[in-house]
Design a protein around this ligand. Sequence first.
Ligand SMILES: Cc1ncc(COP(=O)(O)O)c(C=O)c1O
Length: 405
Amino acid sequence: MAFFYENNRLKIGTPDASADVESLARSRTAGPVYIYDLDDVERRFQAMNKALGDVRHTIHYAMKANSHPAILAKFASLGAGADTVSGGEIKRALEAGIPASRIIFSGVAKTVAEIEFALKNKIKQINVESPQELERIAEVAERLGSRADVAFRLNPDVNPQTHPYITTGFRENKFGMDESFMPELVAILKSHSDHLKLRGLTMHIGSLLFDLGVFREAITKTIAIHRQFVAQGFPLDRLDIGGGLGIRYETEDASSEFSMMQAYGTMVRELIKDLNVELLTEPGRILVARAGLLVGEVQYIKPTTNKTFAILDTGMHHLLRPALYSAKHRVLPVVAGVGKPNRYDIVGPICESSDFLAKDVELAPLKAGDLVAMADAGAYGFSMASRYNSHDLPQEIVVSQAKPL
Ligand SMILES: Cc1ncc(COP(=O)(O)O)c(C=O)c1O
């Protein structure tokens, strides 16, 4: 449990050790604030680790979900690695104490400078998106006199039934490669054998997924191609199955997420049992989404003939998911109100009608000055925030054992 009500006040932590959200939010000078519960992140990491059991594995946290230094440092201390998608992320991961030997570099448009940075820092693996990129990696490795450990990203062509913007393993997506690329990739590997080493295959089919059958299908396809490479004399010793497990934004009940992690682990262990590989995973959302809240202050209540707007000092620039993906986050008054509920659209200060955080939600009457929290905003919240309209970024507070760090 990361957030709950006690005596009508929103708390962070557990009933045994909690901090008051209003006190935390008001302890800062002003403005919206993200609040994260580090202990919840740890619990989830441990659950995932346990689900993967005693197979040789490393969890590479997909830090695009939330790259707060304290969260990265926590993952480092737990033995996790990082899945990165830019030179900036590699740098942040290293600064937070995640060793290079546990850093993977994914991402679709790796520049020469980023590849050089990755190789100079001797990171664990570069996940390759195209033959052109593989050529580029070989050239950079040759120039540096080094050898790149690579994995080929397979596009297994499965439709994972999620928002179209976050499917990545369907044939229409820009990500990865299908089997037809394989001869070309093998030719490049052979002509640069001193500077490239193929360690395995990688896949990531999308985000916010619940159907384990789709994972099964994609992993099975990937394993079939893995075996083809092994048969061709490439001794692959890794298999990277990406991230993608979802959370149920519509409910505070997170128990199904823990059982899903367990079932996912059991399925994966069964699927790879005959392969002699290190299993690599790249979860993001499921580890951190539940651990975060975005708290904003009501500036105005604006009743119109159609509806009533609660206008906050935070909006799409701080939490883009509702505007971008039509995502629905639960709205939690920081102090539970009293009185007959009203219907509100919760909107922000940005000069666009896409600037909403929630629509048509029923809440006890709000007034200017009240604090309102958007639940489950720990993933793809601050990391997607911008300074659009020249607003400041929100502040961030990380709490552990009921104390801000
Ligand atoms: C390559 C890759 N790995 C892992 C992830 C993490 O996904 P999720 O947060 O859904 O677990 C992403 C998300 O976009 C990704 O692109």
